[in-house]
Design a protein around this ligand. Structure first.
Ligand code: SAH
Ligand code: SF4
Ligand code: F3S
Length: 472
């Protein structure tokens, strides 16, 4: 049993991170026990969690298990959780209630709580005292040890909690059962050292650790050989890639080397404005297989609020970077994240955000009401702004964001764009895919188009998507 500890989670050690290549093992005991049993992985949160779930799924299949999408059929249910906002918590707690119900009828279901919530001291304490029927809690730093912990669970029939607050090493060689045959997530770094004052991620994901360039490039090459058309390089702060390595190698170098593998499409998330270098912009502009799409979280348009958030850029610095990217990368689309209702955000501060949105006209934005997270500095600030005002601000902001999303999309009407067709859209039997600039497009077509990059003429545009016809 290892419990998380908030104080430890804040620590950033100078210890050298090791790359370990032979840590992942699956014993015959678990392989035999779980043979042909069914697993269900339910994922919340960001792309990082989505990719971790691909790892969990492959680990379960190494244990001879079979995936199911039905809770009723599952012998094992793993919740891969997110801690970023309160509503993410609530969803998971609701789901635990449903599983408890199921377990009353099917006693042997193994329940696992994984992901960022597992890293939170308050949650783990609650699971330990009030949710004793949850079999295993596993943190974000040790997912490769899942088979080992499950061995204990099946032998001892009691709750096991295995969460480490101080991150471990970089583990290579964890398998992945990828959701798509054409697009793949590739981790380039783990953790985050930015400690924005509102954010829980530096506590749940540990210190920044970059994977070695050759490991990343080899993964991309292998994906390309296996027919993948697109990779998304993943990290909480990809622009800071390499800063923690002993070698002189940056995100710009990594982007260039990835481009040289010749894979058709390269994306990367997320870019903190602080570390965005001119070299990076030049490389993105130079290589046609690096997509002209940048997610550049703003958070707030008020320099005062940005300072309180610990974002380390001013409104003016952000505008300069934004304009530089727009000038140097032809046809680039830029999206963002914005938080409204940070403690003591005044009407003037919020107006600054609206003014900036009016000026920069984002292609799209993900907007959130600030949610205090236990243990973060911002959660200690006394807040005088009522929730009703925060909700009004969010609605007002969303209206503006939608206006510009539609306005930007209108520029695509009657144009021919390249779309990677991923599969069928949920409705109308149409196919769906994304442009290089990350615009969702629905088209008529057939099986043969799936997995290919096709030319599409845009016939109609909406706020969130476009319709088009394949022209080649
Ligand atoms: N590493 C990324 C962000 C990851 S979290 C970056 O810094 O750009 C994704 C988004 O969730 C953030 O950009 C922020 O807008 C939002 N977010 C994070 N913590 C939040 C909180 N406590 N309340 C509301 N929104 C939050
Ligand atoms: Fe959170 Fe800031 Fe790190 Fe992004 S950069 S993960 S918002 S602490
Ligand atoms: Fe959520 Fe953890 Fe991602 S808190 S947003 S799943 S890094």
């Amino acid at each position: 049993m290892n419990l998380p500890n908030l104080k430890e989670a804040r620590i950033r050690t100078k210890d050298k991170v090791e790359v370990k290549r032979d840590e992942y093992k699956v014993s015959d005991i678990v392989k035999n026990y779980f043979k042909d049993k069914k697993y269900l992985v339910i994922t919340y949160g960001c792309q990082m969690n989505v990719h971790d779930s691909e790892n969990f799924k492959a680990i379960m299949e190494d244990m001879n298990m079979i995936e199911t999408d039905s809770m009723e059929d599952a012998d094992l249910i793993l919740l891969n959780t997110c801690a970023i906002r309160e509503n993410a918590h609530n969803k998971v707690m609701g789901m635990l209630g449903r599983i408890k119900h199921l377990k009353e009828e099917k006693k042997d279901i193994i329940t696992i709580l994984a992901g960022c919530m597992a890293q939170e001291e308050i949650i783990t304490n609650e699971i330990k005292s009030k949710y004793k029927w949850v079999d295993l809690v596993i943190g974000t730093h040790n997912i490769h040890k899942l088979p080992l912990y499950l061995e204990t669970v099946i032998k001892e029939h009691k709750q096991d909690i295995e969460v480490f607050s101080i991150e471990g090493d970089i583990i290579e060689g964890i398998p992945s059962k990828r959701d798509s045959k054409y697009k793949a997530w590739v981790n380039i770094m783990y953790g985050c050292d930015k400690f924005c004052t509102y954010c829980i991620v530096p506590y749940t994901r540990g210190k920044q650790r970059s994977r070695l360039p050759e490991d990343i490039i080899n993964e991309v090459k292998e994906l390309k050989e296996n027919g993948y058309k697109e990779v998304t390089l993943l990290g909480q702060n990809v622009n800071a890639y390499g800063k923690d390595l002993d070698i002189d190698y940056t995100m710009a170098n990594l982007l260039e080397d990835t481009a040289k593998t010749g894979i058709d499409r390269i994306r990367f998330v997320t870019s903190h404005p602080w570390d965005f270098t001119d070299d990076m912009i030049d490389i993105i502009a130079k290589y046609s297989n690096i997509m002209p799409y940048i997610h550049l979280p703003l958070q707030s348009g008020s320099t005062k609020i940005l300072k309180a958030m610990g974002r380390r850029y001013t409104k003016e610095e952000y505008i300069t970077l934004f304009n530089k990217i727009k000038e140097r990368i032809p046809n680039v689309s830029i999206t963002t994240d914005i938080i409204v209702g940070f403690p003591n955000e005044t009407d003037e501060d919020f107006q600054d955000t609206l003014d900036l949105v009016n000026m920069l006209k984002y292609d799209l934005a993900y907007t959130f009401i600030y949610s205090p997270r236990e243990g973060t500095p911002a959660s200690k600030i006394k807040d005088t702004i009522p929730l009703s005002i925060k909700k009004e601000r969010l609605a007002k902001l969303n209206k503006l964001i939608n206006k510009y999303a539609l306005e930007n999309n209108k520029k695509y009407k009657d144009k021919v764009v390249e779309v990677l067709i991923e599969g069928y859209a949920d409705k109308d039997n149409k196919l769906m895919g994304y442009t290089d600039t990350m615009k969702l497009v629905n088209v008529d077509g057939n099986e043969n188009n799936i997995g290919k990059i096709v030319k599409v003429k845009i016939t109609d545009v909406k706020t969130w998507s476009m319709d088009g016809k394949i022209v080649d």
